[in-house]
Design a binder for this molecule. Structure first.
Ligand code: ADP
Ligand code: MG
Length: 684
């Protein structure tokens, strides 16, 4: 059985990966998500797992409370060690040569204060026979520095490293906050409407169909639709957009948004589990287990890199003196400098942090990226394919004409259509049912429907009053005469027993920001922007012309969409597909980056998608691409900065041209710069 635990005091992605590795070695499955600070394990002894966690990261572990004070504590210790360090620097000069034990004593105190975390980890690793990680490298180097009386340098390595870790922790906390403010709603209570009046009950006890009241200023706990009342909603939690939105009866509200002004009664459309935000939470939990290629490379890289460096240092300390007439002290010094320089901290810290900041930044705009691999892939996209209905268009259809054929009255056709469509979640279905109610139909008029089936991209089939009914586009006609639709409209056909009995003309509007979305993608220099739709080629042509797309294909069933996408992929394009319906699930799964509309989107696509847009705005696609590209370039800068500086200093160091201070800069200075640089992802 899978269980989820909160963990505290864990900030470092590398440690998280180590912990996962080690739990897996015990034969359990484990997933750590730094975003929500949670650990999901399948089986496994909690005590033992807790021991593993704290052996990798002292002070971390499974907890019942939410934790969070570790950064403050670490910060306090850092400040204290700074003070002692300053004191040592000032007094050191006078003590040196006269009271050396005292001089060493003060420096050692500062060293232990600043470096206790690293020392503990290194010590534990040695006890468990695991040498050669960055903690070991730093301990070795700094202890060596003490031995050759480079006291201020030894302490500085630890101090800077600590400062870097704290910064990293703060950056993580920041992205975590923006992600989890989207999702951390578990403890909500609800004002449930009961025959005896309102009762406060836990949100988790509610089921679809229950009614509840949301007062002004309260957060909406469950997905639902407004049954009575009118209000302004603050959707900023989902969209990052603080402008309020007016909502009245029938408006679909989403859990997690704020009811700003009016009192509303809401009918729940989903339980807490199934509510939008809970779905998002599950996705975020998956997010950090999906690592980018760059991250995986860096982890592997540092695993082989560290032992190599230690070997080279050992070589440098022992072999050259044999040939150069042996000043051992000098070469020992160089070897230590090499150790300090070559610590892979900057890489190990800043690459995952950069991606994490990118994901955090995107989530601020209500764009959920399910893993850093997807953010990485998104930066390399050159082709964006859109679905039409619900993605570029509103997905709320106007119904302009209903007609009967072969002796059926329009009202009867509408009744049959509404009865069948009330089983579907497709935007067309919802619009037909809404229209039926708006012209006076009642729930109890609806006919009994059996054998209901939905064929994505085509329509619905069912049996009503013993007759076989089909409703959908011309494909359901199976070859009989197609009737012309008015310009820009689509025709929905109704057949009874295979005979055409009615048609409904429907039309859809472009979303407000579709045009802008395409324009900003153009500005980003994408090679090709196109549309694939199951709607008729005529409608597709009209929409494509209006938006200025490069190409389009209409009349596609799900397989057709897949074929078209694969054709694009074969020409070497990196394709992102943006869609909302069940018929888009295969293409979303197959594309390099699959993007789903989070609100109108069916569960199926939201599950398969790599990125979810919570406010359904196509404009977010270019925003996500911009964030992905920025993240990529910052990470590249960091990698170049780190490897470049290290390479330079290593060469200089081997020739004895770098002082210990130079080494300190090459190691922790670069790590600090890289962390600060990663934080720039957050800036606009
Ligand atoms: P898109 O690919 O543009 O998002 P869909 O593939 O969802 O559009 O739908 C394609 C076409 O299939 C619709 O234009 C409609 O003609 C038909 N269709 C699909 N589902 C239904 C339904 N439930 N009721 C009626 N028609 C449907
Ligand atoms: Mg669609």
């Amino acid at each position: 059985m899978k269980t989820k635990h909160r963990i505290k005091g864990l900030d470092c992605p590398v440690c998280a990966a180590k912990i996962e590795d080690r739990i897996k070695k015990m034969g359990y499955s484990a997933k750590i998500d730094l975003a929500s600070q949670s650990l999901i394990i399948e089986d496994g002894d909690i005590e033992e797992i807790n021991r593993i966690i704290s052996s990798v990261e002292p002070g971390a572990g499974i907890t019942v409370d939410s934790g969070g004070s570790t950064v403050t504590r670490k910060f306090g210790i850092l400040l204290l060690s700074c003070v002692v360090y300053l004191f040592a620097l000032i007094t050191g000069r006078y003590l040196h040569g006269r009271y050396e034990p005292l001089e060493y004593g003060i420096y050692i105190l500062a060293y232990i204060l600043a470096g206790n975390g690293v020392l503990l980890k290194a010590g534990r690793n040695i006890l468990h026979g695991r040498l050669f990680d960055e903690n070991f490298l730093m301990t070795l180097a700094t202890v060596g520095a003490f031995l050759i009386h480079e006291l201020p340098e030894a302490v500085a390595v630890m101090l800077f490293y600590n400062a870097g870790e704290i910064l990293e922790g703060m950056a993580l906390a920041r992205s975590r906050k923006s992600i989890s403010s989207l999702v951390d709603l578990k403890a909500e209570t609800v004002n449930r409407v009961t025959p005896e009046g309102l009762a406060a009950v836990p949100a988790s006890s509610m089921v679809a169909g229950d009614r509840f009241v949301v007062k002004p200023g309260e957060r909406i706990p469950l997905d639902g639709s407004i049954a009575s009342g009118e209000t302004w909603l603050d959707l900023s939690l989902l969209t990052g957009e603080s402008r309020p939105v007016k909502a009245g009866e029938g408006y679909g509200v989403v859990a997690g948004t704020i009811n700003s002004t009016g009192l509303i009664e809401v009918e729940a459309t989903a339980s807490l589990e199934r509510s939008y935000t809970s779905r998002m939470l599950q996705m975020v939990e998956e997010a950090s287990s999906r690592k980018s290629r760059t991250e995986r490379f860096i982890t592997k890289f540092s695993r082989i890199y560290t032992p190599i460096v230690v070997l080279i240092a050992a070589f440098l300390a022992t072999v050259p003196p044999l040939f150069t007439g042996g000043n051992y002290g000098e070469w020992f010094h160089r070897a230590l400098i090499l150790l300090v320089i070559s610590c892979p901290c900057a890489l190990v810290i800043s690459v995952p942090l950069g991606y994490f900041a990118g994901i955090g930044k995107a989530s601020r705009y209500g764009v959920l990226v399910k893993g850093s691999n997807y953010l990485e892939a998104l930066a390399g996209i050159d082709t964006v394919l859109f679905d039409k209905t619900g993605t570029l268009t509103e997905g709320r259809f106007g119904i302009s004409e209903i007609s009967g054929h072969n002796g059926m009255a329009p009202a009867e056709a509408m009744l049959i259509a509404a009865s069948v469509e009330s089983n579907s979640n497709h935007p067309i279905a919802r619009s037909i049912v809404d229209h039926a109610f708006s012209i006076g139909f009642k729930k109890e008029y609806l006919l009994a429907v059996s054998d209901y089936r939905e064929i994505p991209g085509e329509g619905v089939h069912a049996t009503v009053e013993g007759k076989e009914i089909a409703l959908g586009n011309e494909r359901i006609l199976r070859g009989s005469t197609i009737l012309p639709a008015a310009k820009g409209k689509s025709k929905i056909y109704l057949t009874v027993g295979g005979k055409l009995s009615g048609t409904i003309d429907i039309s859809d509007r472009l979303k407000e920001d579709s045009k802008m979305a395409i324009e900003s993608l153009r500005d980003q220099g994408l090679a090709s922007i196109a549309m694939l739709t199951g709607d008729s080629p005529d409608v597709a042509a009209a929409i494509s012309g209006e938006l200025g797309l490069d190409w389009y294909e209409g009349g596609l069933n799900p397989e057709g969409k897949l074929e078209t996408l694969e054709r694009s992929s074969r020409t070497g394009c990196k394709v992102a597909f943006v869609g909302d319906g069940i018929n888009d699930a295969p293409v979303i799964a197959r594309s390099d980056v699959g993007i789903a509309m989070g609100r109108i989107g069916s569960d199926a696509v939201i599950e398969t998608a790599d990125i979810v847009i919570s406010d359904d705005s196509p404009l977010q696609v270019s925003r996500a691409i911009a964030i992905a590209r920025r993240t990529r370039s910052i990470i590249l800068q960091n990698i170049c900065l780190a490897i470049g500086t290290k390479a330079l200093f290593i060469v200089l160091g081997a020739f004895g041209l770098v002082s210990m201070w130079g080494a300190v800069f090459a190691d922790v200075g670069v790590a600090l710069l890289a962390v600060l640089n990663s934080l720039r992802v957050f800036r606009d």
